[in-house]
Design a protein around this ligand. Structure first.
Ligand code: SME
Length: 160
């Protein structure tokens, strides 16, 4: 296994351990953003936005103060929420409509959090390093988000 694959394997285990016994989604978002901010190299912002109506609303995060609300379809985050597709952007300044919350951000990875096939939130990770995120980062972060989605689904099932 490559170093990066091992790194994400370990991060996955830590995420499972962190959230498996907690049912509160906001608390889990808070700890997962803290874990990723601490463990990922060269990141300056990690956090969640929740989809509320047709807007993304700022959730738990680590980093500088950020935009509170992002309309669906706008910026990298809004595009991810609208399309339901991962946005891995090497240079955000080349992305039409990019919203610069922190002017020092250059690269961005945004992964949708889906429940029953619908986007309920997005996880946004920013870096000052151009092209910071590669295919392995994308896969690694997607597998972490999957754990998150399973946790939310399990909570919904117990409520039924
Ligand atoms: N750059 C994002 C906005 C969110 S912040 O980076 C925290 C975007 O274009 O959607």
């Amino acid at each position: 296994m490559s170093n990066q694959a091992e790194f994400y394997q370990e991060l996955l285990g830590q995420t499972k351990a962190l959230i498996s016994n907690e049912s509160d989604i906001i608390a889990n978002m808070a700890n997962v953003s803290a874990l990723l901010f601490e463990r990922l190299a060269e990141v300056n912002w990690v956090g969640f936005y929740r989809l509320v109506g047709d807007e993304l609303v700022l959730g738990p995060f680590q980093g500088k103060v950020a935009c509170l609300r992002i309309p669906l379809g706008q910026g990298v985050c809004g595009t991810c929420a609208l399309t339901g597709e991962v946005q891995r952007i090497a240079d955000v300044h080349q992305f039409d409509g990019h919203i610069a919350c922190d002017a020092s951000s250059n690269a961005e990875l945004v992964v949708p959090v889906k429940v029953a096939g619908k986007v309920v939130a997005i996880l946004d990770i920013d870096s000052t390093a151009l092209a910071r995120f590669d295919q392995q980062d994308e896969q690694g972060i997607m597998s972490i988000v999957k754990i998150f989605e399973q946790n939310i689904t399990a909570q919904n099932d117990t409520k039924r």
